[in-house]
Design a protein around this ligand. Sequence first.
Ligand code: COS
Length: 394
Amino acid sequence: MDFDLSREHQALRKLVREFAEEVVKPATRQADRTSQPPTEVIKQAGEIGLFGVPFPREYGGMGAGETGYCILMEELGRVDTSFATIIGAHIGIGTMAIYLGGTKRIREKYLPDLCSGKKIAAFALTEPQAGSDAASIKLRATKEGDSYILDGSKMWITNGPMASTMAILAVTDPALGARGGATAFVASTRDDDGNPIEGFTPGKFEHKMGLHGSPTSAIAFDNFRVPAENILGQTGLGFVVFMQTLDIGRVTLGAATLGGAQAALQQSLEWAAMRTQFGKPLAHAQTIQFMVADMAAEVEALRSLVYRTAWLVDNNRPFIKEAGMCKLLGSEYASRCVDRAVQIHGALGYSRDTFIERGFRDSRIAEIFEGTNEIQRILIAEQMFREVGVKIRP
Ligand code: COS
């Protein structure tokens, strides 16, 4: 067993860490305060190739696979969950759906601009009445000649206000429902000047508890035309393309939460070494030592799980169960680690001047988005019982 990263992956970690520390970090407070995404930082991330990390070089990517993508998300998660979320929604679900479901022609047409960051992607699945129950989507796609006409709305779309390329799941045959009657499409939703294309409207901007630097909105389609050649996967089988995409996203969400948990641990260590109470640094108090030990154990366990799962993906092994575990444990460990970090920092951890306070607000959503943790438990249990020949759902 070799736990060392390849030289290429080590070089990638160095590149991303420097970018995260020197470029992302200084912009995060402003993005959090103003709820405006750091557009200049996004542009620079594209210029150094970060938007294409997992994709093959032939489509303009870096060819660093899932392992490289986890490195990227871990390093970004260390400095800012909002920025990691912008990149994760773009790469891991928006562009990934286009890559997984797209023909060679679609990949060649869309991926180069997405890998360079010239265009931002979003993943349009959730609807007002279809959250965990993703199969109950209603957005309708009706065939008309060589095109489909989309009518309906989506909500909670990360990158919704700024994306110009979207992977969209729509119902093409209501009689069959989402399983057999849902089709995935790729569509350009804004022109080269950033103006919405006819029939597309970015909707209500969501004001969230955290992740202020990552824009989220509803989106609406009204008589919006998509060429039939833009179908991802096969007609009627889009639900599975979207579920497979979420599997990949959940591994790297685990990596981003690993970065957040690691940062909370690191800052707690530094603070506990420096802060003196009752004549001694906090580090000498056993109560603090226990908290730090628990954080370190969780970070280490998560790191092993995330990188082993990335290895499964890169080696074409089954990984649905492990992806659910990365997302489930990552989000819960990160929330717990940041919570302990607030406690260790005392009142300072409650101050809006600290990363810890932002981390506390930002970490909670990971237990909810990309499939709630309850859904992850169902998925994991389903895979476990399948291994012993028991089907627990129809
Ligand atoms: N990976 C790959 N395929 C999957 C899958 C997964 N994680 N989950 C389901 N599928 C496949 C099934 O194998 C089945 O395919 P076949 O018809 O070829 O057998 C198909 O998708 C339908 O699956 P199922 O019958 O289990 O669908 P359900 O509606 O009962 O439940 C869950 C599917 C609950 C797993 C799904 O709705 C889900 O993941 N919900 C959470 C949605 C989510 O993550 N939202 C976040 C929004 S995007 S940020």
